[in-house]
Design a protein around this ligand. Structure first.
Ligand code: C2E
Ligand code: MG
Ligand code: MG
Length: 555
């Protein structure tokens, strides 16, 4: 910067005065001349190299005051400007400074004084410019918080400077922020982000030493002492505050926390782990805070493995259908069965649905897999009929993803026609949580299927948040009660009471009830007592390969 030659705009109506000034400024500076205010405006607009302005006040066309009026609100207002005038009075000086001049010099001036004052304002302006650039470079323009790279480097410094403190990387974002943005407009979105930034400021004041910043879009991060209770409270407060922030829109935060084990690690990496943790609470209505655990990374790797292998697995018949018998609780006879998928992997053996079904539901592959199971079951029913066996109905699971597939009714109808089996033999289990997304669509799909003779079971009843509502809106043929009401050991009496009332309610609605997850005789007796109709569970039989099922049930 030292060798660079600055350019000075000299605004002065008298040619002779301009010449004098130019001679004085040369050779140290380059000079651009303007005859009056409006000429100066034009020069400013066309010459970005101008670094400072010397302004005469008394000029024709547009005088110095008028020019200053324009100047103070213009894009050039950050340029240092020295007013030069013959009027020596205090009043003029005050007015000129008020209008944004950096300095004031009266004629006749000492050439050396003018040069020194000019140099001073230029140094000041360069200093200002550099600190401004540094600020812009390090901060997020919307919130004024540190931006991503500054946050990471400052957080790194903080942790190295405080080896005595255990830190946590706390990341927060808003679920479906993009939707909020498009729903309420970007201005509202920006407002929300600024308010989050303010909350972060308050938090950082309470729990020093802290470094916080905006990472991107709606993702913020704070590097703070690892105080479990306090972090829980911060998340809880944020959750409460967001709930009332916009009464017409449910805003939910997701907090992901990584507890720093090795402070010399890269802060970016710590942030990524906090982000992974926050994916644990995404889309859930109650969990807004999750801590990073190594299992999360392991599970993500596992999920990726599932994604890589799934198509090949389907093509090479690695998926198998197991059957688990259901029993009439009073007679003790099998009344049907449920088809449950298993992945029989050549090297890893039998894999359970809990590992792959959620992944398939996320990427849509579940539609293909469900169809595979339905077709396998239809073929099996056809085979039983052909072999003269009196077939018991088999229920199949219909993923929530499939319930919103516009072709679902046609697909299922085609299958029973293809294998010429009565629809009532292919029972359909729809998980209760599927009803929550759009009860209207669900109700119409369910009644469409019922009108074609299919039997609909509401699976996992009681596991959702509005079970009674779904019961009100959708009329199913069988209620299948979630097994958590049996296994709940934390408050057994309470669970049992709810179970009893649910069974009563179902009987009141003349809807048969099947209890899943029955494991003990004690449970069976209780279920008999409260009037439950059907049972399914390890106490009776585990899910098993088809040949074994046939031996057990049809022998
Ligand atoms: P679900 O439909 O509620 O199936 C019942 C689950 O409970 C089965 O787990 C079954 O093995 C298990 N179970 C049965 N009796 C007992 C018991 O006495 N105690 C305990 N603890 N568990 C018992 P599974 O086979 O691991 O399947 C888990 C879930 O995966 C199923 O829950 C269902 O939601 C899903 N799923 C399984 N197969 C399919 C499929 O073909 N398509 C779809 N969309 N989902 C499937
Ligand atoms: Mg089921
Ligand atoms: Mg179930």
């Amino acid at each position: 910067m030292e060798n660079e030659k600055f350019t000075i705009l000299v605004v002065e109506d008298q040619k002779i005065n301009r010449d004098i000034l130019s001679n004085l400024l040369n050779p140290e500076y380059d000079v651009i001349e303007a005859e009056n205010g409006s000429d100066a405006v034009e020069k400013l607009e066309h010459c970005p190299e101008i670094t400072a302005i010397l302004l005469d006040l008394v000029m024709p066309v547009m005088d110095g005051y008028q020019f200053l009026e324009y100047f103070k609100d213009s894009d050039f207002s950050a340029l240092p400007l020295i007013a030069v005038t013959g009027d020596k009075d205090d009043e003029t000086e005050r007015r000129v400074l008020e209008l944004g001049a950096w300095d004031f010099i009266s004629k006749p001036y000492q050439p050396a004084t003018l040069l020194t004052r000019l140099k001073n304002v230029i140094i000041r302006s360069q200093y200002y410019l550099i600190s401004r650039m540094k600020y812009v470079y390090e901060h997020d323009p919307l919130t004024g918080l540190y931006n991503r790279s500054t946050f990471f480097s400052e957080a790194g410094k903080l942790m190295t400077n405080h080896p005595e403190i255990k830190f946590a990387m706390v990341r927060v974002d808003i679920d479906h922020f993009q939707t909020y943005n498009s729903f309420w407009g970007e201005e509202e979105g920006d407002k929300l982000l600024r308010s989050i930034a303010n909350q972060l400021r308050l938090v950082s004041e309470r729990y020093p030493p802290c470094i916080y910043g905006r990472i991107n879009a709606d993702a913020f991060c704070i590097c703070m002492p690892d105080l479990k209770d306090e972090i829980g409270m911060i998340a809880h407060n944020a959750f409460d505050e967001l709930a009332v922030y916009n009464k017409k829109y449910r805003l939910v935060p997701s907090f992901g926390v990584y507890e720093v084990e090795e402070p010399w690690d890269k802060p970016q990496k710590m942030y990524e782990l906090a982000k992974l943790a926050s994916t644990e609470c995404k889309g859930s209505f109650i969990d807004y805070l999750a801590y990073y655990r190594p299992e999360i990374s392991r599970r993500l790797l596992e999920n990726q493995w599932v994604i890589n292998e799934m198509q090949h697995a389907l093509d090479s018949n690695q998926f198998e259908v197991y059957l688990q018998p259901k029993y009439d609780i009073n007679r003790g006879y099998p009344s049907g069965s449920e088809a449950l998928i298993r992945w029989n992997h050549p090297t890893r053996g039998i894999l359970s649905p809990a590992m792959f079904i959620p992944v398939f539901e996320q990427n849509g592959f579940i539609c293909k897999v469900d169809c595979f199971v339905w077709e396998t079951v239809c073929r099996l029913l056809h085979d039983w009929i052909a072999r003269g066996i009196d077939p018991l109905p088999v229920s199949v699971n219909v993923s929530r993803v499939n319930m919103y597939n516009p072709h679902i009714v046609r697909i299922i109808q085609n299958l029973v026609e293809k294998y010429s089996i009565p629809p009532k033999l292919l029972e359909l289990e729809v998980t209760e949580s599927a009803y929550m997304t759009d009860p209207e669509i669900m109700a119409s799909v369910v009644s469409e299927l019922q009108s074609r003779g299919f039997v609909i079971l509401m699976d996992d009843f009681g596991s959702g948040y509005s079970s009674l509502n779904t019961l009100k809106d959708v009329s199913v043929d069988v209620l299948k009660i979630d097994m958590k009401f049996l296994s709940d050991t934390s408050d057994r009496n309470r669970s049992r009471k709810i179970l009893e009332s649910t069974v009563n309610l179902a009987l009141e609605l003349e809807t048969p009830v099947i209890m899943e997850g029955v494991e003990t005789e004690e449970q069976v007796n209780f279920l008999k007592k409260i009037g439950c109709n059907y049972v399914q569970g390890f106490f009776y039989a585990r899910p098993m390969p088809v040949p074994k099922f046939e031996k057990l049930v049809f022998a």
